[in-house]
Design a protein around this ligand. Sequence first.
Ligand code: ATP
Length: 247
Amino acid sequence: MIKAEKLTKKFGDFVAVDDIDLYVEKGKIFGFLGPNGAGKTTTIRMLTGSLKPTSGKVEILGLDMKKHEIEIKRRIGVVPDEPRIYDHLKGFEYLEFIMDVYRINNEETRKRIDELCQAFGVNYLDKQVSDMSHGMKQKLMLISVLMRKPEVIFLDEPTVGLDAKSAKILKELLRKYAEQDITIFLTTHILEIAEKMCNEIAIINEGKIIVQGNMETLRKGENKSLEDLFLELTAQEKDIKNIVDSL
Ligand SMILES: Nc1ncnc2c1ncn2[C@@H]1O[C@H](COP(=O)(O)OP(=O)(O)OP(=O)(O)O)[C@@H](O)[C@H]1O
């Protein structure tokens, strides 16, 4: 469903993503974790066709990104970490625009928009995007993606900026979508979300995947939280102790 082979991205001499392999099956929720600057967003951008890899291969829905970029983009949904929405549009104008682009301007989509607006408490579609808060834009962006019911959804830090109720609804909704065979690929710094939601987790550090598997595999029989495992694997546990001791 989502497949990356020997995926590498260099910015000049700097290797941001270093020869990574990823595989996510249909209907799974995959958590992509890593410290700041580890390469998560760069990887998502390559998987979704917004950034050309330096080398390696991306396959989504069995289609090669190099040959079928347009079809892939039509069938997937991407919620970036920073909502990028045209400032001069009103909320409903933005949704109309997306419906037109994807040729889904119909009753069924409108009904779905109403349901999603109700769920996320979006009652501000007549407001101009420039006058919306970060969280308000984030919810509009989410609705513009979820209303299309894409077959694969990529979300970069989806709960940042969302209030507690909206974040909970999003988590439950993503679970429900996965049950309907939609594949979810998400990044998060909130390890509790990853631990509770994801069927499979990969941790990237300095551009390299250091571990991949389900919680059982990651724990290797030890009863550790994902937070402890994460800090151990990314070698930050000692740092934290030293930093706190020095304060
Ligand atoms: N366009 C670019 N030009 C140069 N370097 C870049 C560019 N985009 C990303 N990088 C570098 O690549 C590395 C990985 O960045 P990336 O945004 O993928 O990290 P991330 O894991 O998403 O981090 P965060 O958790 O902080 O969002 C960083 O060192 C970043 O500075």
